[in-house]
Design a protein around this ligand. Structure first.
Ligand code: GTP
Ligand code: MG
Length: 369
């Protein structure tokens, strides 16, 4: 089992991540800042800094029943897609084009709300969900909390530039998370565009695109001029099909927080992605160290919803605080129980925050899904 990341461990001990990284290195472990460490490594590293480690079992987790899905309950669910790439390579342009090109008549009147994700329905009725939180930061933040919220990653590279540090980082994040990648070579409308140079630079990283005999799908696009974006989406959907993504809508919802905020008028707004089950108005939500009853739900067009199913992004009112991106949520049957667990988690969190007593407590709470 892997527990916390290098940077989380560093902050628990109030030392810099670099110190933790070099401590790992002296053990022969080359860890990056966002890498999660196993129990043994944590214990040895913590000892070096004079800390004693205590692993507490997350028994409060057992209060949440695991429902075994019946085969007949499983239905296909839309893939969840993240676009990652270097600064200025066209992530936002691509996401905006996809969103605007696939607004159906009924949605056109609504005002676009940024809820961290949106779903589109293509002309042939296939659906996809896009995370539009910026790039791989969100991806890493969620991964650090143990949440896997992406089915397929689009790695976008500008054809008038190079495979850049953040491109490489995005690739290694996707690889580490075992998320299939589709490459979008963007800005092919530009005079200086050289898509083959990008293919070559990728091949130097052992990433061989399909047209060069490799296994990675790749599409030349122009996000600005709206060129070949449908072809890109076809390739992404093909990649997703291989995964046979299914979920059971007939149970209490589980999912992940994308972002949350405090609105002066509305209170806490929690944007979440449902993974399985169906969330309904009035449901009792346990999320991270918070809980609450779903008072209202809205989609990315500001339309009020009565329920939200698998792969659906939804903005929820009624949670009693602002959970972190990547926190798992569960719908509970008993409000008292939700409150008890949230309170226990808060206590554990506070204990972790007490760094002065040279004692750290690690738990798996909220790191499941
Ligand atoms: P950050 O969020 O800052 O990392 O950038 P980004 O990856 O979201 O890139 P963004 O979509 O903001 O595009 C950066 C610039 O490139 C903008 O000026 C876009 O208009 C331009 N751009 C994006 N796609 C294309 C394209 O296909 N062709 C051309 N010519 N310009 C493009
Ligand atoms: Mg952007």
């Amino acid at each position: 089992t892997e527990f916390v990341t290098v940077s989380e461990l560093a902050s628990m001990m109030n030392v810099s991540p670099t110190q933790v990284i070099s401590a790992c290195m002296s053990l022969g472990i080359f860890a990056s800042i966002n890498q999660r460490l196993d129990a043994e490594t944590i214990q040895i590293v913590a000892e070096e800094f004079g800390f004693e480690t205590e692993f507490v079992s997350a028994d409060v987790q057992e209060a949440i029943p695991e429902v075994e899905d019946k085969e007949e309950d499983l239905i296909d669910r839309p893939p969840i897609i993240t676009v990652m790439g270097h600064v200025d390579h066209g992530k936002t342009s691509l996401l905006d084009k996809i969103r605007n090109a696939n607004v159906t008549a009924g949605e056109a009147g609504g005002i676009t709300q940024h809820i961290g994700a949106y779903s589109v329905t293509l002309k042939d009725n296939r659906k996809m969900t896009f995370l539009d939180t910026p790039g791989h930061e969100a991806f890493t933040a969620m991964r650090a909390r143990g949440a896997q919220v992406t089915d397929v990653a689009i790695i976008i590279v500008a054809a008038d530039d190079d495979v850049m540090p953040q491109t490489k980082e995005a690739i290694s994040h996707a690889q580490a998370a075992n998320v299939p990648m589709v490459f979008a070579i963007n800005k092919i409308d530009k005079p200086g565009a050289n898509p083959d140079k990008i293919r070559e630079q990728l091949s130097a990283m052992n990433i061989l695109v399909e047209e060069w005999g490799g296994k990675y799908q790749c599409q030349e696009i122009s996000a600005k001029q709206n060129l070949n974006i449908d072809d890109l989406l076809d390739k992404v959907l093909l990649e997703a099909e291989i995964l046979h993504l299914r979920a059971n809508p007939n149970k209490n919802a589980v999912g992940t927080v994308i972002e949350s905020s405090l609105d002066k008028g509305k209170g806490y707004v929690t944007n979440m992605l449902v993974h399985a089950g169906t969330m309904k108005i009035g449901d009792i939500v346990l999320v991270g160290r918070n809980y609450g009853r779903v008072r209202a739900m809205h989609d990315e067009h500001g339309v009020a919803l009565k329920e939200a199913g698998p792969s659906q992004p939804v903005s929820v009112l009624g949670i009693n605080g602002a959970p972190s991106a990547g926190d798992t949520f569960h719908i509970m049957d008993d409000e008292r129980e939700a409150k008890t667990i949230a309170t226990k988690r808060e206590q554990l969190y506070r204990e972790q925050g007490l760094r002065t007593n040279k004692h750290i407590t690690l738990d798996e709470i909220g790191r499941r899904l």
